[in-house]
Design a protein around this ligand. Structure first.
Ligand code: HSE
Length: 320
């Protein structure tokens, strides 16, 4: 037997889907929803390094290569940063999130892997250290270490990333009656492609408008004014550049707003779209309107109504 001893029991963690950008907050604002999410099982192994033994739910599309899978990259980065590369961990990933959906799929795998590994290895690691490691995995996934999915995936709730170097994250108040109709059309958008279409420069007027909306959004969350929140969730920097990547998006948005959505925009890099309501029943109706709109556009997908939820956590006993 090696000095590290025999393999230990599996520990399983869950990390939720996340909706990022939230209108004006490109790369700096995101929220966690209750479900769906990804699950990762981790166990301490007898040899150093991170291995991904199995992936389920990805239709064979993800790599088991530790340099390419975000679950492994996140844990490897963490072990390097805390000076614990002598440790070894085996991982198994169960994808609950569709790939290329705009729901933070790559980030959820990374965050679930971190939480499971930290527990399996008996480490004591702060949330910001985990978010920092998880965003390195995003670099592998799309070329940029954007933190707006992994921060809410770890912390839960609604999170503002106030600074990236060093990382500074601020949890914002979550209104009780905030409902999201979330719809993932039946098409895929790679985050790297959605970033490639973005303008390299933006005008000062647009920056002023976007900054004002961010201020309004944060204020609205603090005072719990959902109408004010909805007004602030407007994005005329990023959304117009990406709208053409999502068939039917512009009509779906008009239909949702006409039906009383407080706001409607793209979730992260898309193609998932969300509409906001302060009423559960209306959110269900909005979900149906999004379904009709995207079905009409030939990209029928799946929708659900969610509220803001908790962050990544150990779930016990492991699910099979
Ligand atoms: N903020 C990122 C983007 C999120 O919009 O590209 C990617 O999920």
């Amino acid at each position: 037997m090696s000095s590290l001893g025999a393999p230990r029991p599996w520990v399983e963690a869950y990390a939720p889907a996340t909706v990022s950008n939230l209108g004006p907050g490109f790369d700096c604002l995101g929220l966690a929803v209750s479900s769906p999410g990804d699950r990762v099982r981790a166990r301490r192994s007898t040899s150093p390094g991170v291995r991904l033994l199995k992936i389920r739910g990805d239709q064979g599309r993800l790599s088991l290569d530790p340099a390419e899978n975000t679950a492994c990259v996140a844990v490897t980065t963490l072990l390097e940063r805390i000076g614990a590369t002598q440790l070894g961990v085996d991982l198994e990933l169960v994808k609950g999130l569709p790939l290329g959906s705009g729901l933070g799929s790559s980030g959820a795998s990374a965050c679930a892997a971190l939480v499971a590994s930290v527990a399996a290895l008996g480490l004591s690691v702060g949330n910001e250290t985990m978010i920092d490691a998880a965003r390195e995995a995003e670099r592998v996934a799309c070329g940029t270490p954007h933190p707006d999915n992994v921060a809410p995936a770890i912390l839960g709730g609604i999170v503002l990333i106030a600074a990236t170097d060093p990382l500074r994250v601020i949890s914002l108040p979550v209104p009780d009656s905030l409902y999201l109709a979330i719809y993932t059309p039946g098409c895929e958008v790679k985050t790297a492609d959605a970033r490639a279409v973005l303008p390299k420069r933006v005008g000062l007027d647009a920056v002023v408008r976007q900054s004002a909306r961010m201020g309004q959004l944060v204020h609205a969350l603090h005072v719990g004014d959902l109408a004010l929140l909805g007004e602030a969730i407007v994005d005329d920097l990023v959304e117009p550049a990406r709208a053409h990547l999502i068939p039917g998006f512009l009509d779906a948005k008009v239909n949702a707003l006409e039906a009383g959505a407080l706001a409607c925009t793209i979730s992260g890099a898309g193609p998932t779209v969300f509409a906001l309501s302060d009423d559960a029943g209306r959110a269900e109706a909005l979900q149906e309107i999004l379904d009709e709109s995207f079905t009409h556009a030939g990209v029928q997908g799946t929708g659900r109504v969610e509220q803001v939820g908790a962050g990544a956590r150990v779930i016990s006993p492991p699910m099979h």
